[in-house]
Design a protein around this ligand. Sequence first.
Ligand SMILES: Cc1ncc(Cc2csc(CCOP(=O)(O)OP(=O)(O)O)c2C)c(N)n1
Ligand SMILES: [Mg+2]
Length: 568
Amino acid sequence: AAVEAEQELTDGFHLVIDALKLNGIETIYGVPGIPITDLGRMAQAEGIRVVSFRHEQNAGNAAAIAGFLTKKPGVCLTVSAPGFLNGLTALANATTNCFPMILISGSSEREIVDLQQGDYEEMDQLAIAKPLCKAAFRVLHAADIGIGVARAIRAAVSGRPGGVYLDLPAKLFSQVMDAAEGEKSLVKVIDAAPEQLPSPAAIKRALDVLKSAKKPLIILGKGAAYAQADEEIRSLIETSGIPFLPMSMAKGILPDTHPLSAGAARSTVLKDSDVVLLIGARLNWLLSHGKGKTWGDAPKKFIQVDIEPKEMDSNVEIAAPLVGDIGSVVAALNQGIKSGWQAPPSEWTEAINARKEVNISKMAQRLLKNSSPMDFHSALGALKQVIKERPDAILVNEGANTLDLARGVIDMYQPRKRLDVGTWGVMGIGMGFAVGAAVETGKPVLAVEGDSAFGFSGMEVETICRYNLPVTVVIFNNNGIYRGTDTDPTGRDPGTTVFVPDSRYDKMMEAFGGVGYHVTTPDELKRAVDEAMDSGKPTLINAVIDPAAGSESGNIGSLNPQSVVKKK
Ligand SMILES: Cc1ncc(Cc2csc(CCOP(=O)(O)OP(=O)(O)O)c2C)c(N)n1
Ligand SMILES: [Mg+2]
């Protein structure tokens, strides 16, 4: 009798790995543990780079920024329940910021969870994830892993990108099936993020509105950076002669030093413009919802480019909605202005330039101070110079004063080089973004951190050392949140927003074999950063900032509710 050919088998572990590799996923960011420890080891053995963190939130942030930088979904892998929950903040933040990422978490068994019988780390993770992300799926059978991974990838990057949750119960991994059948069950996603072309009528309507403008303005949002339509956008701005204002993570699509950049005249152009073309920028709190004193009293017309139709009229009426992917829409606009286009009246661009000159020279004075202890501006003057000399370095930035002041002081020269707190203003993205950016690009990373902001992810300096990543962390150490001067009126404890005074964060990096510097002047800061970035070694620079130098909540103190009731 024919010898029964040894049936070749595969299993859930291998099918997850094969599905990810088939779809070009090269890196997994995560924290090992039950039930996914072996999945990580096996993925690594099969050539996927597995970067293990100290906390799942930071792994999730690394995956999210990997998605923003590559347009492929970043993958974060966590254990069940607490590990899953730790990853959720990053998943929700990615969804809010439209970064494509997939949170893959092991989970406990359905039959036990659904009867609430007290499984190890029992939690209905799929139900909990759904409201916080763009899409969520669970796979129960090995033969469905191919489709499950494909659905997660397409959901993450198609249309408006975002976070996707993929729930894999522990028993799935050890399920075996015929290898040939398994192979056939895998799905390679075709055209995951299809172009979405604008209608010719919408383009004509938008161009008619734009041609009617006397004071047009283009606002570039991080969606414009994500689109990687850099040349189309440059062409639109330079051919039309329309001034542009980049939102924080859109800085560098065109250099901040570009003659048509209106960054240094932000309040003027928002108030005085009469037609505003939004490209991948939402009229949310960061743009005062498109109304109120920020936008002045004169009537304005908004043209909005967004891949999400529901974004239109979210805050104010949109006179010319342009629904489609940014590359396709901007290409169509470029076609449309090829003939019969009039540059904006020179008085508009001259007024902007005059305002820019005043603001830039005022700022220059503040940057030149060589004070000790440094204040934010004197320290930022040194870092402004570093990025000017190293335009392809990636700048990660978080804090309050450290964030708001750095955004205005440090010019960016290339796209997708400034990575920060984004739409939510969330603290804690720093080290995750630094690791993700270094792993995905291989470029040197300069993370400029408030001392409080750093504290949210600071343990990852060990991760940075373990993978020997070219990350230089500069901590603006002003002894606290916003400032280092709060006190407890009862005299019992330190003030609620202060830290141990004069702490030495540089010793943390040294603890794991990295390089530490302690600096008190702009010259020392510049020298230390240059040495660090030339060395490519993990480095932490503890930069002493005057504890009294900051302002509460940086530029957004007005959002804080104040008590009008004074206790007797
Ligand atoms: C997850 C989360 N928890 C708290 C907060 C609230 C906050 C906004 S900014 C900030 C830190 C400001 O201090 P830092 O030292 O970083 O910067 P500086 O002004 O230069 O002193 C906090 C705690 C936010 N946004 N997110
Ligand atoms: Mg601080």
